[in-house]
Design a protein around this ligand. Structure first.
Ligand code: FRU
Length: 478
C-alpha cells in the first residue's frame, strides 16, 4: 500500500464495535448472501480461487449507500460458507482511476494474482457528453502476491489504444489463459450505438493485441457490459449484460438485460452466435462473472441488483447499505441451454427438514429467517405464497412472480414462459428470493422487503421439501 492508499483506507468506514450491534439488529441484512459491510455494492469482480481461498472482490461505494465513486471491496472464504471481510483492495488513487476503480477480473499464475480492471476518469470541462467525449476508460493491472494487498498497479491501455469507431465506453476486462497465451475481453459501445466485445491476445500479460470482435449481425443493444467467455460441458458460451435492448412481450422485461449466446467456431477467428437467452428474468440480477473452482466447476456470481431501475431498496435510506450478491451458481450446458443452480456447499446451511404432499388443499409451513424450498410439480397449476407479500403462480404455461406494493418498492410482476413446470427451487433470504425453474433452466431473482414472510403457502399437486437456512458466517473487519 502506498501512503495515499493508506490514507484512503483509513477513511473507508469500518464496522466499529458499536455499529456491530446495529448490524446484527437489522432484520433486512442478508443471512446467506454477500453484501457490503456498509454503503453500496454492485458488480462482482476478480472472482477466483487463490492460495486456499475463494476471492470475491466487488464494486464498492463505502461512503454512500446510493453509489458514489467505486472502490474494490473484498471478501474471502475457504468454503463459500465462512467469509472474511478484507481491507479495501483498490482505491481510486491513481491518475488513471481517480473517478472509480471499475469492474474487472482475476488471472492466477505462478505465485501471483493479476487483477485487470477499468480505471474511470471523468474530465472536467464544458460540453462533454461522457459517451463520446470527456471520459477515460483505462485498462489497468494490479498485481498481488498475498491476494490481500496490491504490490504493483500499472496503466496498460487508454482510449486512444482501442480500435477506431468506438465511444469512450470500453470496459470490464475479463482475462484468462489458453494454449500458452492470454486472452482478454472488453465490453464496448461503438459510435453507431452497437454493443460489442473486443477480443485481445497477449504473450506477456502486459502488451495486448486486438484480434477479433464479437457482436451480432443486427444491433442488439448499444453497450455490452461485463463480458465473459468460457467453455462448459464442451460448449463455448459468451455472456454479457447488454444495455438498450427493448422489451418484447415477456422478453427483456428489465431496463438492462443479462444473458448469453452459445458460440460456435473460434472466438479468436470465425464464429457464429446461437440464440440469446437471459441468465435471469427476475428484477435483480446483473453483471454476473464466472470463474473456475479448484474442482473444475464453472461458477457464476451476479450482482443482486439492477442499475437505473425505477424500483428501489429501502435499506439505502433506512439501514445505510444497499444491494448484495446472488448465491454462487454452478453452471452446466444441457445441450439446449445453460442451467444455473446453487452450489452444493449451501446445503450445509440446511436445518429443520420438512416434507409435504400437496394435493388440492393448501399446505402452510412456518418459516424462520430463510428457507430452501424444493418442489416437484405434478399439476398444470401451482401457487406458492410468502406471507402476503410475494406470490409465484403457474397457470397456462406462464410462471408469474408478483410482489405486493408494500414489499416490492416499485417491483410488480415478472413472467417466465414455462411449457411444462416440473421443478422449482426457491432460496428465500430475509429480503431476497432466487427462484430456480426446472433444474435451473431459467432463474428469477428479486429483492423484496416483506413485513411478515414467516409462512409459505403451497397450493397445487406437488411434493415439497422445506429446509430452514442457517446464516453464513461473515467476519467483519473491526
Ligand atoms: C455494470 C457497470 C460496469 C462498470 C461498473 C461500475 O454494472 O456499469 O460496466 O465497470 O458497473 O461500477
Amino acid at each position: 500500500m502506498n501512503a495515499l492508499q493508506r490514507d484512503m483506507f483509513r477513511l473507508v468506514p469500518r464496522i466499529e464495535a458499536g455499529d456491530r450491534a446495529k448490524v446484527d439488529a437489522d432484520p433486512r441484512r442478508l443471512r446467506f448472501h454477500l453484501m457490503p459491510p456498509v454503503g453500496w455494492m454492485n458488480d462482482p469482480n476478480g472472482l477466483c480461487w487463490y492460495k486456499g481461498n475463494y476471492h470475491v472482490f466487488y464494486q464498492y461505494g463505502p461512503f454512500d449507500p446510493n453509489g458514489g465513486v467505486k472502490f474494490w471491496g473484498h471478501w474471502t472464504s475457504p468454503d463459500m460458507l465462512h467469509w472474511k471481510q478484507q481491507p479495501v483492495f483498490l482505491c481510486p488513487d491513481q491518475t488513471w482511476d481517480i473517478h472509480g476503480v471499475y469492474s474487472g477480473s482475476a488471472l492466477v499464475e505462478d505465485d501471483a494474482l493479476y487483477l485487470y480492471y477499468t480505471g474511470n476518469v471523468k474530465h472536467l470541462g464544458e460540453g462533454f457528453d461522457y459517451i463520446n467525449t470527456g471520459r477515460g476508460h483505462n485498462l489497468a493491472l494490479a498485481i498481488s502476491a498475498d491476494g490481500i494487498h496490491v504490490d504493483k498497479n500499472q496503466l496498460l491501455m487508454e482510449n486512444k489504444d482501442y480500435p477506431d469507431g468506438l465511444t469512450c465506453h470500453v470496459r470490464d476486462p475479463k482475462v484468462w489463459k489458453l494454449d500458452g497465451k492470454y486472452y482478454m475481453l472488453l465490453g464496448a459501445r461503438t459510435k453507431e450505438d452497437r454493443g460489442e466485445i473486443l477480443v485481445y491476445e497477449s504473450e506477456d500479460k502486459l502488451n495486448w493485441k486486438h484480434i477479433n470482435t464479437i457482436t451480432t449481425p443486427e444491433i442488439f443493444g448499444y453497450m455490452w457490459e461485463c463480458p465473459d467467455l468460457f467453455c462448459v460441458d464442451g460448449q463455448y458460451i459468451v455472456s454479457m449484460s447488454p444495455q438498450g435492448v427493448t422489451r418484447q412481450g415477456n422478453k427483456y422485461q428489465n431496463i438492462y438485460s443479462c444473458g448469453y449466446f452459445p458460440l460456435y467456431g473460434d472466438f479468436r477467428g470465425a464464429y457464429t452466435l446461437g440464440e440469446y437467452t437471459e441468465s435471469d428474468i427476475g428484477f435483480d440480477y446483473y453483471a454476473p462473472q464466472t470463474f473456475e473452482a479448484p474442482d473444475g466447476r464453472r461458477i457464476a456470481i451476479g450482482w443482486m441488483g439492477m442499475p437505473d431501475a425505477d424500483y428501489t431498496n429501502p435499506t439505502a435510506a433506512e439501514n445505510g447499505w444497499q444491494h448484495g450478491m446472488s448465491v454462487p451458481r454452478e453452471l452446466h450446458w444441457n445441450g439446449r441451454c445453460l442451467t444455473a443452480n446453487p452450489v452444493s456447499e449451501l446445503d450445509a446451511l440446511h436445518c429443520n427438514h420438512r416434507t409435504f404432499s400437496v394435493d388440492g388443499t393448501a399446505v402452510k409451513c412456518e418459516l424462520k429467517k430463510g428457507a430452501d424450498i424444493r418442489i416437484s410439480n405434478h399439476g398444470k397449476q401451482l401457487r406458492v405464497m410468502f406471507g402476503n407479500d410475494a406470490e409465484l403462480s403457474y397457470a397456462a404455461g406462464l410462471l408469474t412472480l408478483s410482489l405486493s406494493e408494500s414489499s416490492g418498492y416499485g417491483r410488480d410482476s415478472r413472467v417466465a414462459e414455462i411449457e411444462n413446470l416440473t421443478e422449482l427451487r426457491i432460496l428465500a433470504d430475509t429480503s431476497s428470493l432466487e427462484i430456480f425453474i426446472n433444474h435451473g433452466e431459467q432463474v428469477m431473482t428479486t429483492r423484496f422487503y416483506p413485513t411478515k414472510a414467516d409462512r409459505v403457502t403451497i397450493e397445487g399437486t406437488c411434493q415439497a421439501e422445506i429446509y430452514d437456512m442457517n446464516a453464513m458466517e461473515l467476519a467483519y473487519l473491526v
